[in-house]
Every structure is written in C-alpha cells, then in structure tokens.
Design a protein around this ligand. Structure first.
Ligand code: UD1
Length: 418
C-alpha cells in the first residue's frame, strides 16, 4: 500500500496548476445520464472520479478518457441499466447522485444506500423526501433504495429543512425533465452547484437562480449533447494556499477564480497571510508570524468544512490560541489524534476544537483517515522537523491529483513509497 514520505522544513516556492473540481465533476457525471453524448473538459483524474466512471460504465455508458488532456467523453445508448450496486456506492457517497437522473429518465432505479462514513452519519433523507415530492414511490429494503415513477416526475415546491449539497444536486438533476415547474427552496449554493446548473442549462435545461437559496426549474422534454469545461477545484486551491502559508512560502496558483474563495482568503488575511490577485492567478505570500483566529464552518459562502482540517494545522503554528467550530459534520476532527502525535496541543469539546498555538511540530509515522484529514497531515509534515511517513495514502488519492508532484515542484521533499 502506498505511503508518502515527507521531510519537513522546506518553504514552498513556485507555481501550481489547480485541477478541475472533483466535487463539480461528480454531479455533472451523474447528470450525463440524461443525455446521449457529452464531452467534459478539465476533469481531475482522482480516484472518486474513476469510481463514478466505473459506476456509469456499469450502467452501460460508453466512456473514453483522455488522461493527458483531462477530457471525458460519454456516449449513452438509448437504454441504460438502472441498478447501482453496493460495490459502486460503498466507497463514495456521491454514487447516490445517479438516483435522480435514473429515475427521471427511466422511471425506476435501484441504488445502494451509501451508509455512514468516517466523518459522520450522513443520511440521505432529504434526497429521498424531495424525490417523493416529485412523485416518485420509494422503498428502502435490504440496503437498497427502490425508486419508481409510473408517469413522468412532476414539478412541485420543495423546501429543504437543512442545507445539503448532495440533495440540492440530486433534485436539480431530477427536476430538469419533470413535468412543469419545480421550485427548490433553502438550497445549497456552493460554486459546484452553480457549475452543475451551468452544465444542465448548456444541455438545454431551463434553470434560474431566483435568489441566493431558491432555484426555479422549468421541465423540458429532453436534454441535448454538449461540451462543458468544469470549474477549478476551490478546495484544492484552498489546501495549497494553507500549505504555502504554513511553510512561510510564496506560491502562485494558476487556473483559479479567486472571487469564489473570498471567505477563505479573508480568514487567512486576518491570520497575516498576504495575497496578490491576478485574473486567473492567486499568489500566496506566507508570514512568519501567523496570527490566531476563530473560525466556524458553514455552508457556502461561509468557511468550508472541507478546509477545516488544513486550517487547524496552520492554527497550531499561530501566535496564540485558536478555536474551530465544526457545524457541518459531527465527526470531522479525525486529524486531531495524529496531529497530537506530532506535538500539537488540541482539545475537543463537542463540535469545538481548541488549538494551542506556537507549537513546534515534529515528524512521525501517521495514518491518513479521510480525504481532508489526510491532507492536513501532509501540511503538518511539510512544516515538521524531520521525516514523516503517511500511511493509507489512498484517502488522499480520492481527491488530490498528483499531490506529491505539485508539492515537490515547489521544493517540498515528498515522495511516494511502497
Ligand atoms: C458535499 C461534498 C463534501 C462536503 C459537503 C459539505 C461532494 C461530492 N461532497 O457532501 O465534500 O464536505 O458537501 O460541504 O460534493 N444531511 C442530512 N440529510 C441529507 C443530506 C445531508 O441530514 O439527506 C446532512 C449531512 O449529514 C451533513 C449536512 O447535511 O451534516 C451537509 O451534508 P451535504 O451538504 O449533503 O454533504 P454531501 O453532499 O454529502
């Protein structure tokens, strides 16, 4: 099993090309079920994307990948299978996003329930309740969701009682070809959802943002072919911003629309990190004296839960004590025991983490647990004294494309070992 070996202490200096967004590509791939022929550009080739490609292939989609150009071409026959097996959904919860499009196009779907995962229970009740409101009949049996719609799905008003990225996406996709008008209220408005809406509209959907958390969808009969370029990965960009800051380096990030990560930039500015902004570039300039701060994770446009672990590593190095309140997932401090083994001093009380600043981290052998927790350990290892070994790198490979190449091109001493 692959491991990463990192010798800490080097400032990151150089430039990094930010990949296309994993979290935007996943729902877009699921939505291709509604069309015949789609070309997607700027797709990151990470393990979660491969998992979604495997799932779509198991349904009968014909998929060609151009690894060098980051392009996926999809051709769908008239009929697809409507069964998404446990094997395809168990390793990646986003697999459940095929439920909406399968139901909308073929009137039935049997999709494995994704179950919980390391960061929390992660139910899908909002997806199911929403699809029922669109007219689907849904049963849960033997670990599977059995969904049917005798007639076409029917547009209606749906008020989500909690903001959910995945439920907003599943319902959006399902409503595109429903009869009449659907209104989704209290939606998630993450940039990846805006990207999905742009993609669906390019396929011929009629979707309008009515306000920050209200989307109107007028159903159309069918969706057409298109070519679409996925947005940049704001979470990868945010991760490298924090890595540059932690090592007191200077890094230029290419292919970035920095307006999308304003909240993250302002949190880091408060901590003393400097930025220069150009059209598609962001230059991050570290500061020896990182300041303490308090941050709460929130749905977009708030500070993302997916950058919480990385920020915690930076907080360990700050002058003074910081606090994080994790509002999105109940078990998202998995990095803490490992950071403590590197010398961090962190206390957790419920959804709050209290982080002692001024810590000198030292290298250790570490265990990656989930995607973002793992990358927070990579950042810690980049600043730590001596060597660290990070085990179970497959967690990182779910969402970071060529991470060791990107970091070593900026001077980090990092290599993959067996
Ligand atoms: C997506 C992202 C993930 C990110 C998360 C929050 C993808 C592939 N994944 O995950 O990286 O961390 O958004 O920004 O884009 N919930 C319910 N019932 C539901 C659905 C969700 O109670 O039916 C709860 C969840 O348990 C969680 C909260 O709502 O506490 C937010 O989850 P959600 O936004 O749905 O996250 P995902 O779409 O799974």
């Amino acid at each position: 099993m692959d491991k990463l070996e990192i010798i800490g202490g080097k400032k990151l200096q150089g430039s990094i090309n930010i990949s296309g967004s994993k979290n935007a590509t996943l729902p877009i791939l699921a939505a291709t079920i509604l069309s015949k022929k789609i070309i997607i550009k700027n797709t990151p080739f990470v393990r979660d994307i491969q998992t979604m490609i495997n799932l779509l292939s198991s349904l009968g989609s014909k998929i060609k990948i151009n690894l060098k150009k980051n392009i996926i071409k999809i051709n769908n026959p008239n009929k697809l299978e409507t069964f998404a097996s446990y094997n395809h959904v168990k390793t990646m919860r986003a697999g459940v996003l095929v439920l909406g499009p399968l139901l909308a196009k073929f009137g039935k779907a049997k999709v494995s329930l994704p179950g919980g995962c390391a960061i929390g229970a992660r139910p899908i009740d909002l997806h199911i309740e929403g699809l029922k409101k669109l007219g689907a009949k849904i049963k849960l049996l033997n670990g599977y969701i059995y969904a049917t719609a005798k007639k076409k799905l029917k547009g209606t008003k749906i008020n989500f009682n909690k903001i959910s990225v995945g439920a907003t996406e599943n319902l959006l996709i399902a409503a595109c070809t429903a009869q009449g008008r659907t209104i989704l209220n209290n939606c998630a408005c993450e940039p990846e959802i805006k990207d999905l809406v742009n993609f669906l509209n390019k396929m011929g959907s009629k979707i309008k943002w009515m306000s920050k958390r209200k989307i109107q969808i007028d159903g159309v009969n069918e969706l057409k072919e298109c070519t679409y370029k996925v947005m940049f990965d704001r979470l990868e960009a945010g991760t490298f911003v924090i890595a540059a800051a932690a090592t007191n380096g200077k890094v230029r990030l290419n292919n970035v629309n920095w307006k999308v990560i304003n909240c993250e930039i302002s949190v880091l500015k408060k901590m003393g990190v400097k930025f220069t902004k150009h059209r598609n570039q962001l230059i991050v300039i570290g500061n020896k004296k990182i300041k303490k701060t308090n941050v709460s994770t929130k749905p977009y446009p708030g500070f993302p839960t997916d950058l919480q672990a990385q920020l915690m590593t930076l907080m360990c190095l700050a002058k003074g004590d910081s606090k994080i309140t994790e509002n999105i997932f109940e078990n998202r401090f998995m990095q803490v025991p490992e950071l403590k083994r590197m010398g961090a001093r962190i206390k957790i009380k419920g959804k709050k983490a209290f982080i002692k600043g001024n810590q000198k981290l030292t290298g250790a052998e570490l265990m990656a647990t989930d995607l973002r927790a793992s990358v927070s350990l990579v950042i810690a290892a980049l600043v730590a004294k001596n060597k660290s070994i990070i085990n179970r790198v497959y967690h990182l490979d779910r969402g970071y494309e060529n991470i060791e190449k990107k970091l070593s091109s900026c001077g980090a001493q990092i290599k993959r070992i067996e």
